[in-house]
Unconditional design. Structure first.
Length: 163
């Protein structure tokens, strides 16, 4: 949630829904004149825009510009590109739905939905459905476990991208 004043934001920023870019209507400071692109990269790959000392994620501001209300749920970048803030690339989702869009495994793991089980000395495929992790089986190779995970993802997470 946000206490941002939409009327104020409209006075200081322009948003182009076709490009997803924001520009300043006003001179922000001596280094940022009116007409310049608003926003800087956030440490997680998103664009953030600082307004009155508070940082806002550009995709949430884009939603607000088009829908005239600050989003109550998470905003998902449909194509997975965190800097693509075109309104056609944004949708509201639950936090759980947003997690389904993970495209890259974390850490040293070679595949999403796959982990190595030291007890069985096999690769295990798993998927989370309605906040419950389901074991999809144990496999001799990470590739077989990944194929099983991707098949399950098509069934349980039909709106999420399948890598």
């Amino acid at each position: 949630m946000s206490n941002i004043d939409f009327t104020y934001v409209q006075k200081i920023l322009d948003y182009c829904p076709f490009t997803g870019k924001f520009t300043w209507k006003i001179r922000v400071n001596s280094k940022v004149p009116a007409g310049s692109i608003a926003g800087t990269p956030h440490n997680r790959g998103y664009i953030h825009i600082t307004i009155k000392g508070q940082k806002f994620l550009a995709h949430r501001l884009a939603w607000m510009f088009v829908h005239k209300t600050f989003p109550q749920r998470a905003i998902d970048h449909i194509n997975g590109i965190k800097t693509d803030n075109r309104i056609d690339n944004l949708r509201t989702v639950t936090a759980s739905e947003n997690l389904q869009n993970q495209r890259k495994p974390r850490g040293k793991n070679p595949y999403l939905g796959v982990s190595f089980n030291k007890n069985t000395n096999k690769w295990q495929a798993h998927i989370t459905v309605n906040k419950v992790q389901k074991n999809l089986g144990n496999f001799d190779t990470a590739e077989l476990a990944n194929e099983t995970y991707l098949s399950a993802k098509r069934i349980y997470h039909p709106s999420a991208p399948v890598n």
